[in-house]
Design a protein around this ligand. Structure first.
Ligand code: EPU
Length: 338
């Protein structure tokens, strides 16, 4: 366990903005976490668990405890003719973990290749891309209660997964530290090519060419063409969630904007791509202060170098106002704003 105080968070957030934390503690196993908790009250001590820092925006200094998750390890817990169960340390890098499963030829996570962040963050916000969400391969997770130090298993229904959401962002927010996550991977993969650019990438290909690793490579290619590389251009992926509207509101919008893309949801509501709304509002590729909207994907706000958290927030709020004025839709941030 490493303990630091008054530490710069610049290298711990992928936006690359400056902010200081009062304390930063690295946690590499359950015992370290347990010993930390003897001096720590989650109800009184302000705290934040971070992994890759790829989905948050610091707008000011953090006057509390940053718990940096460095719990590693991959263990096989079950294998049958059809599947394997793998228990992964929550501080493992998600993209590296997906690459590991892809290299084995096991199916389930290939559409989620190259998503930044750690394994522990994946169920918390039920990450998703290209027609798949992590919940589809999720079996269970083990988490430590920050108040009692006790470990509990959460199985699939108990996590209450939704679109970029779970119980850990709702009723149980701030109460648990995810220690490890178990995923079920298929030995005879069922591939998901419903997302149009992915389907197009395989059009005319022979069945034997459509493998887990080919899908993973295609996903990586699409991501690289649309999304900025966090290593060279500060960003936190999609800044906003795609808004979901009811039937009536959708009909009105569709009449006014016939070219608007949309995705019907299971509950008869309609999801509208925020990137499209932001582009229509004229923000794609535009800059405000030192923050900018990415030129290839309007859903991503970037820090070309000198942006402060406040400048990024100002840009986000201005976009929200403009989209609301034009479409009557309130965009909700996907990124955690601190
Ligand atoms: N669009 C525009 N202009 C833009 C961006 C998008 O018109 O600047 C339109 C596209 O033409 C397309 C639609 O919006 O018709 C959807 O765009 P895209 O397929 O790029 O996906 P998205 O809805 O913008 C979501 C996720 C991404 C995920 C992709 C692919 C959210 C908030 N974002 O983006 O996730 O990779 O689908 O599945 O749900 C992330 O969460 O950080 C993330 C990158």
């Amino acid at each position: 366990m490493q303990f630091l105080d008054h530490i710069s968070l610049k290298k711990y957030n992928t936006f690359g903005v400056e902010a200081k934390a009062r304390y930063l503690v690295t946690i590499s196993d359950y015992d370290e976490l347990k010993s930390l908790l003897t001096n720590f009250d989650p109800d009184k001590d302000k705290h934040l668990i971070i992994g890759g820092g790829s989905n948050l925006l610091f707008t000011k200094d953090f006057d509390g405890w940053i718990l940096l998750n460095e719990i590693k390890g991959i263990v096989f817990t079950e294998e049958t003719d059809n599947h394997v169960l793998i228990k992964v340390g929550s501080g493992e890098n998600w993209s590296d973990f997906v690459d590991f499963t892809v290299a084995k030829g096991w199916g389930g996570l290939e559409n989620l290749s190259l998503i930044p962040g750690t394994v522990g963050a994946a169920p918390v916000q039920n990450i998703g891309a290209y027609g798949v969400e992590q919940k589809e391969a999720f079996v269970s997770l083990e988490a430590c209660n920050l108040k009692t130090g006790k470990v509990r298993i959460f199985n699939y229904p108990e996590c209450d997964f939704g679109y970029r959401n779970s119980i850990f962002k709702a009723a149980e927010k701030g109460k648990w530290f995810v220690l490890d996550v178990t995923y079920r991977l298929q030995k005879t993969p069922e591939l998901h090519l419903s997302y149009a650019p992915l389907r197009n990438a395989f059009a005319g290909k022979k069945a034997e060419q459509i493998t887990v690793s080919a899908v993973s490579e295609a996903v990586k290619k699409i991501r690289r063409s649309k999304l900025p590389d966090q290593a060279t251009l500060g960003n936190a992926g999609s800044f906003f969630k795609n808004p979901v509207v009811g039937r009536e509101k959708f009909s009105r919008l569709k009449q006014q904007f016939p070219e608007m893309p949309f995705y019907p949801q299971e509950n008869r509501n309609i999801k509208i791509p925020a990137g499209w709304l932001i582009e229509q509002a004229g923000w794609k590729g535009r800059q405000l202060g030192n923050a900018a909207v990415y030129h290839e994907q309007a859903l991503v706000i970037v820090n070309p170098g000198k942006a402060t958290g406040q400048e990024i927030l100002k840009l986000a709020e201005t976009i929200q106002q403009d989209v609301y004025r034009q479409f009557g839709i309130e965009l909700e941030p996907e990124v955690l704003i601190l």
